[in-house]
Each structure stands twice: as C-alpha cells, then as structure tokens.
Design a protein around this ligand. Structure first.
Ligand SMILES: C[S@@+](CC[C@H](N)C(=O)[O-])C[C@H]1O[C@@H](n2cnc3c(N)ncnc32)[C@H](O)[C@@H]1O
Length: 417
C-alpha cells in the first residue's frame, strides 16, 4: 500500500527539519523561535529544506481541517482588521523592546477601550504578533518587534490602510469596468472615490505617499531584494563601456550599485519630474557624471541612445497595453543588438516551485489588480508582452537566482528592417 499522504508529509517535515537544525548547529546559529530577538532569516544552504517544511506543514495543516474552517482561516479578513489597528495606533511602539505593558496602559494611549485592545491584541497573538507572557501583560514576539520601526509599521499601514480597502472593492471594479487595464478604474479608485490612478492620488497626498514609499523601503531592506542579485546575476561587465538607461529608476539606488561595481557603465536614471531633486542630491561625488538623472515619462519616445534599457520592479505596476506602449516608446533609439533587461517578479507556473512562494506570489498579483489594474507575469507572459511590442525582441536569457525575490529577463532587439 502506498504511504498515506499525511504520513509522507510528516516524514518530509521530520527529515527536512533535521537537515535545517544540523546546518544551524554546525554554523553556531540560533534555532528558530518567536522571541523578539530571534534571528529572522535562515542561511541560503537550507533553502530547499525550508521550502519542503513550509509546504509540507501547510498542506498537513489544511488536510487536517474541515473545509469551512480551512477557507475561513485562509481568508483572514479579521487578520487585516487587527493589523490595521496595530499600525494605525502604532501599538508596537507603545511596548518597550524587552519589556511589557498592560492592556490598560496600551489602551490609555489609543482611542480604544481596554476591552477592545485586549480582544484585538489577543487576535493578533493568534497570528503570533505580540505575546502575553503573564496574564494581562503584552510583550513582543519577533513579528511585533519589527513593527516598532516606523518604516516597517508603515509597510503594514500601506497593506491595511491602502491595499486592503482597495481589495474589498476589486470585484465591484471588475463588474463596473470589465476587462479594464486602466489605472483609473481599480478597486483602489472605488475605495477612495477617485478617478485618479494610485500614483496620481498618492502624489497629491504627501502623508499617504510617504507611508507607501516607506513600504517600498521596508521591502527593499529584505535580503531577497539585495542589489547583489542585480549586480551578480547578469553579465554587466561583458557590456564594456556602455550606457544603461534605467526607466522608473526612482532614487537611483540600484543605478548607483551598478555604477559602483562596473566602472565602465554610465547609468541614466529616468523617472517622474518630482523624483529628480532628492534623487540627484543622493549621488556621491565619485559617481557624479556616471549616474545622472533625467525627468522622463517612459510612455514618451526615448531620447537617450542606450546600449541597455533597464526596467526594475516597475512594469508589474502597469497593465499589458501600457507596458507595450512603454516598450514601443523605446524603439526609436534602439540599435540593432541592444538589450532590454527586466528585473521583476516572475510569476511561477501553477504547481511549479514551492507552494508557499506561489501562494505569496498569487496574493501579490491580486494586490496589483487592486492598486493598478496590472498583473505579475510568467516567463511566457513576459515573452508574449515583448513580442506584442515588437517582433524584433528575442528572449535571450532568464535568471532566477536562488534566494532572490525577482528574476532577470534579458531581451535582445534585432532590427527587422
Ligand atoms: C515600484 S517603484 C520602483 C523603483 C525602482 N525601479 C526600484 O526598483 O526600486 C516604480 C517607479 O517607477 C516610476 N514610474 C512609474 N510610472 C512611470 C512613468 N510612466 N515614467 C517614468 N517613471 C515611472 C515611479 O515614479 C517609481 O519611481
């Protein structure tokens, strides 16, 4: 008789956990815990075992539940409710690291009653955010402790104050504007009673824009967004003395990382006009002249004669027809043999790769619909998109570095004229 699935899963968990612990012991690293000072990341060597455990534990958990409980737990709207209260009232920062505060003391620093704070935080504790080391006293876990940092608190704020209300209106938006790719016809627009895109709406609201900006900062500090995945997983040195135009390059952080590592590269960062001042001010003396900034809307015809056109983490916020327009706008300046390099999310094909990652990727894809009417793309979707922009684009390489959140796609443009 074949081994029953739940036994197989339990065996996988047991064997993989043993492998993880062996590596941690050999390297003198802490075993995982929820302690507020616990380390957050496992070494890359245990990535496969970590994937196996995360997938097997969640499958085993779900197998042992009846369907309504499983759907309810995975739905999690009440998780967003208490996360929203935590970020809005900055509750994590009310509890001293390493110390505790009573529910009553916390309530006195919020508009909430002691009873409501108790109920909300005990719900959060069921998500392992905060703990109650003695009755009535609240302490940190590693999950609540990161929220003491205002930047990380803003990350939770952007998720629960911007994307969650937007998500609740997505189905209404899909009914109202079927098949729309317009950034002015999203769940976000309905939730905010606006016809401005999220970019324009937040641009006119500096406080909310700053919170959203901090969410991006919090993300980019995670090891899976390390600039090394950009500098070390594409052969930039083979380009020699080359000009890279970095579209939607924001503050120029990644442009500067490239220029620091590859002395022959010149990088022109193009972004919206309002990004220019603060971005230029951040360029160190030794990179001035090699990292420059230019206000340029990437839907307008390109004006820089570049060897590489580089998009990082930006095309995913535009629907297909807009991405196609942005790519077509590059054609007037492309030389035959020029490259378009994209570092962005690569959506996994269903069932390929770790399930917990696919689940996170599919959730992020829904957020793109809610905020932007855009989507994440598989390798085939990226290929289709580029070919729709111009038949001359050929996918030359795809890199999905171990541990990286983003992949790198390299397209070469061959003139068909
Ligand atoms: C998610 S951020 C990514 C920033 C940067 N590429 C990075 O990887 O950190 C998207 C960036 O694209 C810029 N952007 C969006 N639409 C644009 C457009 N039409 N033209 C130029 N820049 C644009 C935004 O201003 C923002 O800086």
């Amino acid at each position: 008789m074949a081994t029953p699935r739940i036994i197989h899963l339990a065996q996988t968990i047991s064997a993989s956990v043993a492998k993880i612990q062996d590596v941690l012991t050999a390297q003198g690293l802490q075993t995982p815990s929820f302690d507020e000072d616990a380390s957050h990341y496992l070494p890359l060597e245990v990535l496969e075992a970590q994937n196996a455990v995360l997938d097997a534990t969640s499958e085993l958990n779900d197998l042992l539940m009846e369907p309504m409980s499983m759907i309810h737990c995975l739905g999690g709207h009440n998780n967003s409710l208490c996360s929203q209260a935590i970020t809005r009232f900055r509750i994590a920062s009310l509890i001293p690291p390493g110390g505790t505060k009573s529910f009553a003391e916390i309530a006195s620093q919020t508009p909430l009653s002691e009873q409501m704070v108790t109920r909300i935080l005990r719900q959060a504790m069921s998500m392992r955010i905060f703990c109650e080391p003695e009755p009535g006293m609240v302490g940190h876990t590693k999950a609540s402790r990161i929220l003491v940092d205002p930047v990380t608190n803003d990350w939770l704020g952007a998720g629960t104050e911007e994307l969650w209300p937007a998500a609740t209106k997505v189905v209404d938006a899909l009914e109202k504007w079927p098949g729309s790719e317009e950034p002015s016809e999203t769940g976000f627009c309905l939730a905010n009673n606006t016809t401005d895109s999220i970019y324009a709406f937040l641009g006119a609201n500096p406080t909310r824009a700053a919170r959203f900006g901090n969410a991006m900062v919090a993300y980019s500090k995670k090891p899976e967004f390390s600039p090394a995945y950009l500098t070390d997983h594409f052969d930039w040195s083979s380009l020699g003395a080359a000009t890279v135009v970095h579209l939607g390059g924001g503050t120029g952080f990644y442009a500067m990382e490239l220029a620091k590592k590859f002395a022959d590269l010149k990088v022109v960062v193009q972004d919206m006009a309002f990004m220019m001042g603060p971005a230029e001010a951040g360029v160190p003396e030794e990179l001035k002249g090699r990292v420059t900034f230019e206000a340029h809307d990437f839907f307008a015809p390109q004006i820089v004669n570049a060897d590489v056109v580089f998009f990082r983490w930006v095309l995913r916020t535009w629907g297909d027809k807009y991405c196609i327009a942005a790519l077509k706008a590059q054609l007037p300046m492309l030389k035959s043999g020029a490259r378009v390099v994209v570092q962005d999310m690569i959506l996994p094909e269903p069932g390929k790769g770790p399930f917990w990652k696919e689940r996170a990727a599919r959730s992020a894809d829904m957020s793109l619909t809610a905020g932007f009417n855009s989507r994440d793309r598989t390798v085939d979707d990226w290929k289709t998109l580029f070919t729709a922009a111009d038949e001359g684009f050929v996918l030359k390489s795809v890199a999905e570095p171990k541990g990286s959140a983003l992949g790198i796609l390299e397209f070469v443009w061959e003139s068909k004229k």
